[in-house]
Design a protein around this ligand. Structure first.
Ligand code: SAH
Length: 252
């Protein structure tokens, strides 16, 4: 079981697989005012940067589930590196349908899914899934793109690698949609264009280095084409139209 190979190539050097800087991740951790011992569940935990740094900075304990073998391995190494391996565990697996075990006292104070809401079939489904693992009064954390301004055409939406304009909402609409699901939005931290640049542009050097190391690989043609087209596509579309944020929610 694994994710499509292309992500394991382009994002192999990323610690955070979202348009979020280390500073923003730290800001979010502080914003949630977590006491030591807070239990955090992270579906689609990637390379584990959120759980590992929050364990170091706030004394949380955490469980992360991710379908990428590479990223899960990196998360375990990061936990060792930061000296928090006794407080966080990373499971390689499909997080769709993952529910924390009530009997094992595993329910979370904070249940998160940052940038992987397809795991629950969309934002609403993922919030429903996370809610099943949450203790009463806990916080759900969702990371999701939104339109900075509405794409004028479906072609522009596809240029942002969205399936269609209807895939995302404008920020006020996204915030209102959380209310419609019965949640108060109690905090948010938003990505800037600089954060987007770090996420997207960091892929390009990784791609270039990978091509130099793997010139005859089956994927070399794809990666070469991606490296040639991605900077222009990103600058014309994603950078202009797409925002991203992490939203903290509490049931009303
Ligand atoms: N939250 C992390 C990773 C976001 S990228 C961060 O902010 O860094 C999306 C992640 O979802 C990737 O790590 C990918 O491997 C993982 N993923 C995709 N489908 C998944 C699934 N069905 N179950 C668990 N993880 C999944």
């Amino acid at each position: 079981m694994d994710i499509p190979r292309i992500f394991s190539i382009t994002e192999s050097a990323h610690r955070i697989h979202n348009p979020f800087s280390p500073e923003k991740l730290a800001t979010l951790g502080a914003a949630l005012r977590m006491a030591p011992g807070t239990r955090v569940l992270d579906l689609g935990s990637g390379s584990g940067e959120m759980l590992c740094t929050w364990a170091r900075d706030h004394g949380i304990t955490g469980t992360g589930i991710d379908m990428s073998r590479l990223f899960t391995g990196q998360a375990k190494l990061r936990a060792e590196e930061l000296g928090v391996a006794d407080r966080v565990r990373f499971i390689h697996g499909d997080a769709a349908g993952y529910v924390a075990d009530e009997k094992a006292n595993d329910k979370a104070n904070v249940a998160a899914c940052l940038g992987a809401t397809w795991i629950g079939g969309g934002v609403a489904g993922t919030i429903g899934l996370l809610a099943k693992s949450l203790r009463a009064g806990g916080i759900i954390l969702v990371g999701e793109p939104y339109w900075l301004r509405l794409p004028p055409t479906e072609d522009v939406a596809r240029g942002c690698l969205a399936g269609s304009v209807s895939d995302f909402l404008l920020l006020p609409g996204l915030l209102a949609s959380f209310g419609d699901l019965g949640y108060d939005v109690v905090e948010m931290v938003l990505a800037s264009q600089d954060d987007w640049d770090r996420y997207e542009a960091a892929k390009w050097l990784t791609m270039r280095r990978w091509l130099e190391a793997n010139p005859h690989h089956d994927f070399a043609k794809n990666v070469r084409a991606g490296l040639a087209s991605e900077p222009g596509r990103y600058a014309a579309y994603t950078r202009e139209y797409l925002g991203w944020g992490a939203f903290a929610l509490m049931a009303r």
